[in-house]
Write a protein that binds this ligand. Structure first.
Ligand code: MG
Length: 266
């Protein structure tokens, strides 16, 4: 099942997304936020609406997380390109929910930074309270679905500061969407691709994670309780590079779709 969050007549709402004649269409309203359902997406009550093409919907970020937990250096070649060692355990950091940006929204480059980079990533949306997952416990029931994330980064500030709160935390530095789906299997491998102005810059596959989703979810849950709707950004493949005002970044994850955002100067 696929769903999006969008604004209709001034109201914040969720909709079921289905393929109709080869096009993605919002076909039904969901009665409540999917992360509040606490169970299977398929069981969510919904009601009929006039069909709306996904590309014409006023999309909002499809998640409302209490926190956004990111994994750094989760692909070997990306660790190498920034001159970093391959980590021996997951390296995690936070982005504030205030950094969220809707699909189609403008990423605002702060004047204080001279180098801002895209980082295309697979996003994981949490389904239910998740605390100290046991070594043998399956993490899949804690995952509601998957989306695309751009872990936008002020690279110069990341290098300058001892920690990354500022570099990763500006408003608009976390575009997410366009939808959430439970129809993909990152364990089997899905491609993660980033394009800038149409040219391919990153091409990775979740098969090449240093730490798989089991390790990541279990590791984070030992540190902090994950709540329904929380978002995990799973790390970026090699190919990060700066962008400037006027550039358009597209993050595509196989089976999810494309998250598109333009860059503007603040
Ligand atoms: Mg990242």
């Amino acid at each position: 099942m696929k769903y999006c969050r969008f604004e209709l007549n001034g109201r914040d709402t969720y909709g079921l997304v289905e393929l109709v004649a080869g096009k993605e269409v919002v076909t039904r309203f969901l009665a409540s936020a999917p992360e509040e359902a606490g169970g299977e997406l398929e069981d969510l009550p919904s009601k009929r609406m006039s069909p709306l093409a996904l590309v014409e919907a006023a999309l909002l970020a499809p998640v409302r997380p209490s926190k956004i937990v990111c994994v750094g250096r989760n692909y070997r070649e990306h660790a190498a390109e920034l001159g970093n060692e391959v980590p021996t355990e997951p390296l995690i950091f936070l982005k504030p929910p205030s950094s969220l940006l809707a699909p189609g929204g403008n990423i605002r480059r702060p004047q204080i930074s001279e180098r801002t980079d895209y980082e295309g990533e697979l996003g994981v949306v949490i389904s239910k309270r998740c605390h100290k997952v046991a070594p043998e416990e399956d993490v899949r029931p804690y995952i509601l679905g998957y989306t695309c994330v751009n872990d936008f980064t002020a690279r110069d500030l990341q290098n300058k500061d001892d920690q990354w709160t500022r570099a990763k935390g500006f408003d608009t530095f976390c575009p997410v969407g366009p939808l959430v789906t439970n129809e993909i299997d990152p364990w089997a491998g899905v491609s993660v691709e980033t394009r800038v102005n149409g040219a391919i810059r990153q091409q990775g596959n979740t098969r090449d994670f240093i730490f798989g989703l089991d390790v990541i979810v279990r590791f984070i849950s030992q540190v902090m309780t994950l709540f329904p709707g929380d978002l995990i950004a799973t790390g970026t493949p090699k190919g990060v590079d700066p962008v400037v005002a006027g550039d358009v970044i597209e993050v595509s994850v196989e089976g999810i779709g494309t998250l598109r955002n333009a860059v503007v100067d603040e």
